[in-house]
Design a protein around this ligand. Structure first.
Ligand code: ADP
Ligand code: ZN
Ligand code: ZN
Length: 736
């Protein structure tokens, strides 16, 4: 350690697990240097890259003459405050992920470069004298312009463009026209705070909603975690909005996370209709500029509501008042590569650190959350009635062994479809598999069409007449004859395209839509489908899990689960939990309106306890028995887990690496941790790489985490690491 006058400890986006020491440049005013500022530095061979000052010290491991000066300071004010930097440091420690990568992933990508923040300061609009008393009705043929003008007249003070945009989407052209007409102009005055106009809910909350709301409000100034447990359609979103209203009126901000599939334009619109405030949206579909402007609005406190998907959890808030995560069990909250954080767990961490409440909403809570409720760490709020008095659906478990089938659909299911069609109701068929057929094989010699990089069967997609590997995405020309013996090949196993074909033949009069990733690639495709479903235009929809979650289809009275058996016999210990969640979510699509709903479940294993427990006793009963199993075998949440994941072109390299790493960990910990491995991943080979895992487990989180950093240092410098790709996964959510 050498003592220096002033050392800047800088985070840089590199895989190295440390900060880098720099000296200030001559031009910097030393008094203004502070943590959170971005600086330009030279690093290795690169002359100008962006770093962030994490701390300022007068100690360094390096002598002064070895230290470089920074090139210059980029920002006038820090991009992150102390509190946020500490949160990011915490995340880097907990997930054992390099601090530089963690900090940079929390910035909008435009600010990861040297861009000045002022570049993203947005336009502020105000009325001209003419515009102030202009009759909005006079703007004929441009209803949008008259609405915008009316808004500014009501508001009586300048408004940010993003605020206007968050209320009236795509308003730019109309604003420019109003400017041209001399009715509005750009203001130089700053907007101190967005106006707050909150519309009344069209409903009175029911008893459950009222008591849930009351209980949260009573602890609104504390860090308490709530599970809001209610079936889909039980009115959770109404509870969120009621709570948000009082938080916003108290001058604070709300962060709400939605699963990737749940953040639809309709869902955002629902919040906009209720809250005419500055709403910041954070998801990957925005342009860089939009995303940065919203991010700045959240950080400054101007945005009262921040809505986004997983990565929105890193948005800094000036004045947090409430954290909400909807469908908390959803797998999209766990990042599955690189920095493998859980947005749900980070949300709870943030709420605790900020001392404000967090609400985890779900119809099918995760076992972790149910366990925390049992331990009295979370309060359990239950919405037991469906809001609009809808009844829970009736289940029919269909044993399809030996039954007459039309492709994947049994005669009984076809009869049900006919009946519901005759009653002018809508039908949803669920199959979590795209494409036409899942196997292409030769009946005479046993040859199979397999992706050589993954050693797994290709799926045949009839629409494009190609074979597609669903694991690595490779596609290949379809073949009809066996390359080994020239016999015609057979197609086996059904996908959504096949159901569509069968239904089109059976019900030529019905309007049938297949809704999966293949048919919704275009930008507004999903939106259009949802509108056509709502309007009643579509009679039968066939969907994968993207259709199973969160949507409200009041006229669907029949849901068919075409293949309920997938996942029943998986080796992933979470498979039954996931299957039960999906099962309940799919069933939740039915009977959400005034009509009663039926769920038909096709299975070859009607005796499986999962069905009996779920259908007869419900999700919570089923989860209690799952929790007992987990307790019995000391699996999470009754223990803590970390995976060391590896992939290599040569399977032995991966196994060697895992064996070496396991030995090193045992040496460090004196065999105190439970280690299993090398264990092949569920998808053992993907894109030409063999994949193995080391499972590290302990009852004590502390014991598990204490040695990991030292161990990672050792692994990083080990010889066997050079031949593989590896990563650490803390609290892993799947074995795939
Ligand atoms: P969830 O978020 O639990 O799926 P929602 O809040 O979306 O449930 O509510 C489902 C439907 O019921 C929505 O159309 C909503 O407008 C309506 N709803 C919610 N609360 C009430 C209430 N208290 N009275 C009448 N309708 C309600
Ligand atoms: Zn053959
Ligand atoms: Zn493949």
């Amino acid at each position: 350690m050498t003592t220096h006058p002033l050392i800047l400890r800088v985070a840089i986006a590199t895989p190295l697990r440390c900060l880098f020491d720099y000296l200030p440049d001559a031009a910097s005013n030393l008094k203004n240097l502070q943590p959170g500022l971005r600086v330009s530095v030279s690093f290795g061979r690169r002359k100008d890259i962006t770093g962030i000052v994490v701390s300022i010290s007068n100690q360094s491991d390096h002598p002064q003459h070895k230290l470089k000066k920074i090139n210059h300071v980029i920002d006038e004010h820090p991009v992150f405050n102390h509190k946020h930097l500490r949160l990011l440091k915490w995340a880097s420690d907990y997930y054992h992920y390099p601090i530089g990568e963690v900090i940079f992933s929390a910035l909008p990508s435009s600010l990861r470069k040297n861009n000045s923040i002022t570049k993203y300061n947005e336009k502020i609009w105000c009325l001209t004298e003419k515009g102030a008393d202009f009759e909005t009705k006079l703007i004929k043929q441009a209803p949008k312009q008259s609405r915008l003008l009316n808004y500014l007249q009501q508001r009586r003070s300048p408004a940010n463009e993003s605020e206007i945009n968050s209320i009236y989407s795509r308003s730019k052209p109309s604003l420019l026209s109003l400017e041209e007409k001399g009715l509005i102009r750009r203001s130089t005055e700053d907007v101190t705070d967005g106006i707050i106009k909150i519309n009344r809910s069209p409903f009175t909350l029911n008893k459950d909603q009222q008591s849930a709301t009351k209980e949260v409000l009573e602890s609104i100034d504390n860090a308490s975690i709530f599970l809001l447990d209610g079936l889909t359609g039980s009115g959770k979103t109404e509870v969120y909005m009621t709570l948000m209203e009082s938080v916003i009126r108290a001058g604070k901000q709300c962060l709400i996370l939605l699963p990737e599939i749940g953040l639809t334009p309709q869902q955002i619109q629902r919040f906009k209709d209720r809250f005419e405030v500055n709403i910041a949206i954070q998801h990957s579909g925005l342009s860089e500029t939009e995303r940065t402007q919203y991010w700045l609005a959240a950080r400054s406190g101007k945005a009262k509501i921040v809505i986004g998907t997983r990565s929105a959890i890193w948005t800094p808030l000036a004045n947090p008042g409430l954290y909400i995560i909807d469908e908390e069990h959803d797998l999209s909250y766990k990042q599955q590569d690189g920095f493998r954080y859980s947005a749900r767990d980070m949300l709870i961490t943030r709420a605790n650190r900020d001392k404000v409440p967090a609400i985890l909403g779900s119809a099918t809570p995760s076992l972790e959350t149910l366990y925390n409720v049992k331990k009295d760490r979370y309060k359990h709020l239950i919405l037991s009635t469906r809001a609009a008095n809808a009844k829970p659906p009736t289940y029919r478990l269909l044993d399809i062994r030996g039954k007459k089938m039309h492709g994947p659909l049994s005669q009984t299911l076809v009869d049900e479809i006919t009946e519901h069609l005759n009653n002018k109701n809508q039908i949803l068929l669920f199959l979590n598999r795209r494409g036409y057929a899942v196997h292409l094989f030769c009946h005479s010699c046993g040859w199979k069409a397999e992706c050589t990089r993954c050693e797994l069967p290709y799926t045949y997609h009839k629409n494009i007449n190609r074979l597609v590997c669903h694991h690595c995405g490779v596609t290949k020309r379809h073949i009809e004859q066996c390359p080994d013996c020239n016999e015609p090949l057979l197609l086996m196993g059904h996908g959504t395209e096949r159901i569509e074909e069968v239904l089109t033949t059976l019900f030529p009069q019905a309007t049938i839509s297949r809704i999966d990733r293949d048919t919704t690639r275009k930008k507004n495709a999903m939106h259009d489908y949802l509108e056509r479903i709502q309007s009643g235009e579509i009679d039968i929809m066939i969907g994968t899990q993207m259709l199973a979650k969160g949507h409200h289809f009041p006229n669907v009275t029949l849901t068919g689960i075409v293949d309920a058996d997938r996942g029943l016999f998986s080796t992933d210990f979470r498979a039954s939990e996931r299957l039960a969640q999906l099962f309940m979510q799919v069933s939740g699509r039915t009977g959400r309106g005034v009509k009663e709903g039926t769920v038909v479940v096709q299975t070859y294993h009607p005796e499986h306890p999962l069905f009996e427990q779920l259908i007869k006793h419900g999700y919570n009963y089923f989860c209690n028995s799952l929790l007992q199993d987990r307790n019995h075998s000391s699996l999470p949440p009754y223990s803590h887990m970390v995976f060391l994941r590896t992939e290599a072109h040569n399977a032995n390299d991966a196994k060697h690496f895992i064996n070496d790493a396991a030995m090193q960990l045992n040496q460090l910990t004196n065999n105190k941790l439970l280690l299993f491995g090398p264990i092949p991943a569920l998808i053992e080979k993907r894109s030409g790489r063999y994949r193995y895992q080391l499972i590290i487990q302990s009852q004590s989180r502390k014991a598990l985490h204490t040695y990991l950093d030292r161990w990672l240092d050792k692994i990083e410098s080990s010889k066997s690491a050079k031949k593989v790709r590896w990563s650490l996964d803390v609290d892993p959510q799947d074995m795939a």
